[in-house]
Design a protein around this ligand. Structure first.
Ligand code: ARG
Length: 460
């Protein structure tokens, strides 16, 4: 195999070393972006007179043919080549001869690979963005159905205060909105043209970077050529956005797994999204949710990998940076697959309202409301809190709930208690009276749903 850089060397690369050095097995994913980038570069070279119009048109038709042949399967990628850039250039030269050798004028693989990666990740970000958007819209539809479905809310995984299933689901809608905004932001910083930076120092040729930016639809042009070929922040940033998405999905999955256990029985997964056991006939396992939770580790690992690769690199390009692609491509693929299965899995759950209501009745989750009742009758909150704690202890000992403890017993703790207490600490009242902005009441949750729907309507 003759390398692009063969002139300086007396001997060919050892085949094992060539294989070790090669990136084509994973950068071939960028073949279309590589060709599109080269088409823009060539037409700039022609328009600025750096190469002749004739050479430019030969390059353009040669590259276009290569793209067509790759798409139709007529041309197979040669995986013995060093990378996808080399493959395309060699193929072009094979097809059009000397004109093909002019394509790399005023360009280096350093700015070429940065360009290809940015073009690829811009598309990937858009695709993930659409998937999170879809999940968010499905989530809101689901939440709408459960605005009066009371369940216990938890802190420390201990029953804490009553809430509704819709309120709980809508918590995740806030997270997904932030995920979408992070992706949008990350896109902005990915949408910067590195081409024209060449090896790192720019070029003596009269190139027109604005023209290339225009042709390739880049919003900005990297203003320092050394940074442009050294920077992989955009890869780190996307890996970080993807890690946060996975963290959210993973927490959601953890709850789905808990809720579908016999201990909770709040939901039942659709048969299409659960699996059985090879030995225990009764089992219905939440494997899909567990896998999404598990794959989170892999995506975090990819973030750690690229952070670590970059941490000690001197400017400008170093071959270490070839390690940037596999980790981010793997994360994109993983997150995309997780989002694809997660949304329909979530939307097909069967909700067990009775189990949720029953769980809400046990666990003294309206104790805060007993304390608030006394506070509203004039007792300082700290005193009310203490008395309520004593009442809870009494109920546990005598096997009462706060709702069925007789009023005489209440009065023995404080004369402020009267029969209107039961209405005040009824679960429905507890939820409905929490009507502050962002809270659990139906009207508060409907407001949240409206906010998310407005957000979705404004999304492109
Ligand atoms: N395959 C290389 C990569 O992915 C392309 C850039 C090569 N540049 C170089 N100076 N060797 O980073």
């Amino acid at each position: 195999m003759t390398m692009l850089w063969a002139g300086r060397f007396a001997k060919e690369l050892d085949s094992i070393v060539a294989d070790f050095n090669s990136s084509i097995k994973f950068d071939s994913r960028m073949i279309e972006q590589d060709i599109i980038g080269s088409l823009a570069h060539a037409s700039m070279l022609g328009e600025t007179g750096i190469i002749s119009m004739l050479d430019q048109s030969k390059i353009t038709s040669g590259l276009s043919d290569i793209l067509l042949d790759i798409k139709s399967g007529k041309l197979a990628i040669d995986y013995t080549q060093e990378d996808i850039h080399t493959f395309v250039e060699n193929e072009l030269i094979k097809r059009i001869g000397d004109a093909g050798k002019k394509l790399h004028t005023a360009r280096s693989r350093n700015d070429q690979v940065a360009l290809d990666l940015r073009l690829t990740l811009k598309q990937d970000i858009k695709a993930i963005y659409q998937k999170v958007k879809y999940l968010l819209s499905e989530l809101v539809e689901l939440a709408k159905e459960y605005t009066t479905t009371i369940m216990p809310g938890y802190t420390h995984l201990q029953r804490a205060q009553p809430t509704t299933f819709a309120h709980h689901l809508m918590a995740y809608s806030s997270m997904f909105i932030r995920d979408i905004e992070r992706l949008k932001d990350c896109y902005k910083r990915t949408d910067v043209l590195p081409l024209g930076s060449c090896a790192f120092a720019g070029t003596t040729y009269p190139i027109d970077r604005s023209l290339v930016a225009q042709k390739l639809n880049f919003e900005q042009i990297a203003f320092n050529s050394m940074d442009a070929v050294s920077d992989r922040d955009f890869v780190i940033e996307l890996n970080s956005c993807l890690s946060i998405i996975m963290m959210h999905l993973s927490r959601f999955c953890e709850e789905i797994i808990l809720w579908s256990s016999w201990e909770f029985k709040f939901i039942e997964l659709d048969d299409g999204y659960a699996t059985g056991s090879s030995i225990m006939p009764q089992k219905k396992n939440a494997d899909i949710a567990e896998l999404v939770r598990g794959k989170t580790g892999r995506v975090y690992g990819n973030l750690m990998a690229i952070l670590t690769v970059m941490k000690g690199l001197p400017l400008a390009y170093n071959k270490d940076m070839q390690e940037d692609k596999e980790c981010v491509f793997d994360s994109v693929k993983t997150v995309s697959a997780c989002l694809t299965v997660f949304a329909p899995m979530l939307c097909s759950i069967k909700v067990n309202k009775e189990a949720m209501a029953k769980a809400a009745e046990r666990g003294f989750i309206n104790a805060t409301d007993v304390a608030d009742y006394l506070t509203k009758k004039g007792m300082p909150f700290r005193d009310a809190y203490k008395i309520t704690g004593q009442i809870v202890a009494y109920c546990i000992e005598k096997n009462y709930t706060l709702n069925n403890l007789p009023i005489e017993s209440y009065k023995s703790f404080s004369q402020l208690f009267a029969s209107d207490l039961y209405e005040a600490i009824d679960m429905k009242t507890c939820v409905e009276k929490r009507n502050s902005f962002g809270a659990t009441s139906k009207s508060s949750v409907l407001e949240q749903i409206k906010i998310v729907k407005d957000f979705l309507d404004k999304m492109v």
